[in-house]
Design a protein around this ligand. Structure first.
Ligand code: DGL
Length: 267
């Protein structure tokens, strides 16, 4: 396949990476994509860095088998622990979501107080805290792991009493710290945004990395002269390692159309 026509590979443990896929489709409609959701092994967020790295390398190998020209780790947990290793090993550009997210959060804050929400793995790795402080050492950061958010999103349980109670619990440190910006440091969390915003109130901005990551991808494709230049119809494929039916239902609710070319795969 000619290099420019090759798809962009997008990888997440489940449904959350669709937030990044959607932004890529909006910003780069002429680009083809292959999405991989590793639902068989979700959640990644509670697993050790070593295990998540192994999973990420296996996912990358699968996507390389689909001739991708660029890989997006649309998962903060995988970005936190596997980005550097993959960038060293692969000959194609590999993009994570953390630096793009941190830049958005730093741009957004007015009072210099940012709350970072993420999985246990992401918060434990402290990569967001480091990326934010590298941008502005004067920032005050509170970090909160929110392990119950991912199962709520995967269940499609986005609003109502239970998600609101869970959100109240996890957002308490952000409210106490008077953070004016909350970084959604997990690609699943934007799906809970209305519930989180209702708990935080209108003075707090929610920031996610999806569009900033898509912009970073566009810039990299340009720099590497990899943009699909011809007005060709883009083609999209979507693979999951388990739970095809549930993924199809949730993905349709989220994308507004059924995921294209959906099939089961083994890594
Ligand atoms: N979507 C993943 C992230 O951004 C986390 C989901 C999981 O725990 O597998 O960290």
């Amino acid at each position: 396949m000619p290099l420019l026509k090759r798809p962009i590979g997008v990888f997440d443990s489940g449904l959350g990476g669709l937030t990044v896929l959607k932004a890529l489709h909006q910003l780069l409609p002429e680009e083809s994509t292959v999405y991989l959701g590793d639902l068989a092994r979700l959640p990644y967020g509670n697993k050790s860095a070593e295990v998540v790295c192994r999973y990420a390398h296996e996912a990358a190998n699968f996507l390389l088998g689909h001739s991708i020209k660029l890989l997006v780790l649309a998962c903060n947990t995988a970005s936190a622990v596997a980005l550097e290793g993959l960038q060293k090993r692969l000959s194609i550009p590999v993009v994570g979501v953390i630096v793009a997210g941190a830049m958005e959060a730093e741009k957004s804050t007015r009072n210099g107080r940012i709350a970072v929400l993420g999985t246990l793995g992401t918060i434990r790795s402290a990569v967001y805290q480091q990326a934010l402080l590298a941008l502005n050492p004067a920032l005050r950061i509170v970090a909160q792991a929110c392990p119950l958010f991912v199962p709520l999103v995967e269940e499609g349980w986005l609003q109502g009493e239970v998600p609101t109670q869970v959100a109240r619990h996890y957002l308490q440190p952000a409210l106490e710290a008077e953070a004016d910006t909350v970084m959604l440091g997990c690609t699943h969390y934007p799906l809970l945004a209305p519930t989180l915003a209702a708990v935080l109130g209108p003075q707090v901005r929610l920031v996610d990395a999806a569009m900033a990551t898509a912009q970073h991808v566009a810039q990299l494709l340009r720099t590497h002269a990899l943009l699909a230049q011809t007005p060709q119809p883009a083609s999209h494929a979507c693979f999951v390692t388990d739970e095809l039916e549930r993924f199809a239902q949730q993905a349709e609710r989220f994308l507004g159309h059924p995921p294209e070319g959906l099939s089961l795969c083994k890594l």
